[in-house]
Write a protein that binds this ligand. Sequence first.
Ligand code: C2E
Ligand code: MG
Ligand code: MG
Ligand code: MG
Length: 282
Amino acid sequence: ILVFASCLSGFGLYSLVHKARKHRHSMVYHLKNAITKDEFSIVFQPKIRLSDSMPVGVEALVRWDSHALGVVRPDVFIEVAEKYGLIRKITHRVIDLSMAQMQATLDAKPDFTLSINLSIQDLTDLSLLPFILAKAKQYKIQHEQLVFEITERSAGDSVSLSDIVKQYTEAGISISLDDFGTGYSNLAWLGHLDASEIKVDKSFTQSIGTDSINQTMLDAIFSLLQRLNVVRVFEGVETQEQADYILQYCPQAIVQGWLYAKPMPIDQLQSYLSQTTNGLGR
Ligand code: C2E
Ligand code: MG
Ligand code: MG
Ligand code: MG
């Protein structure tokens, strides 16, 4: 009976692994066709200056509504795209779509910024910066209105990235270190990369007011951030308590989160902005 049971569970595990692999392969297959089938769209989440609650920019977030698979979350398919060499095409598509949709808003508000997420593979793609500059020209967007957020999902060489980052900042484009407080060598990054912005990960924001162990880390991060000459963004702000804490320890902070606004399509964003900038907002 024992042998029989272990055979069965062995087979169950095998079929699970097999299923997962098959699933990933079908996702790769459908991802390859997603661009030509126009299955990607962009939503924009406002970035709010905490001291006066004014929206100062947006972050573009990609959405994939696959005809074959339904809605797939970006943190799932971006990782697959990175692994199977499909990320660059997706990034180009995201840049084109989000710049085209934000063109009018950026033109009307010269201090407003558009943030776009990149993966490390994008940053080391030497054709990306020329592509970005050409798109900025096409849509008449000032370089100073563009921010690119990079997430470190795998251990990498921060020293070799610093030259690339320099090319962006010399062109007037800002680089933001996303998901700060997670990942592999954030402190090494801070030392080497000429980033203009740091985004503290939502896991830290959301540990505010809880008795989780991250409280000590949070205090340390706040005091570290206070010494750096960068724009400080806190993502994932969901409660007033979190906002009050951030305001107390980092009065210059920019915040992003469901307490203020969820990511939304461009038409909703435009009516949101016309309300908030007329003083009708929170
Ligand atoms: P991220 O860049 O750190 O984006 C923040 C994520 O937190 C977004 O999830 C956003 O919708 C979510 N969020 C915002 N406010 C709150 C809040 O108050 N509470 C909670 N719980 N969540 C909040 P989303 O859109 O699912 O994106 C997940 C990740 O996928 C992003 O994390 C980013 O790493 C990646 N991603 C999204 N779009 C792109 C893209 O166009 N290119 C690349 N390379 N990566 C992207
Ligand atoms: Mg981001
Ligand atoms: Mg983030
Ligand atoms: Mg994140």
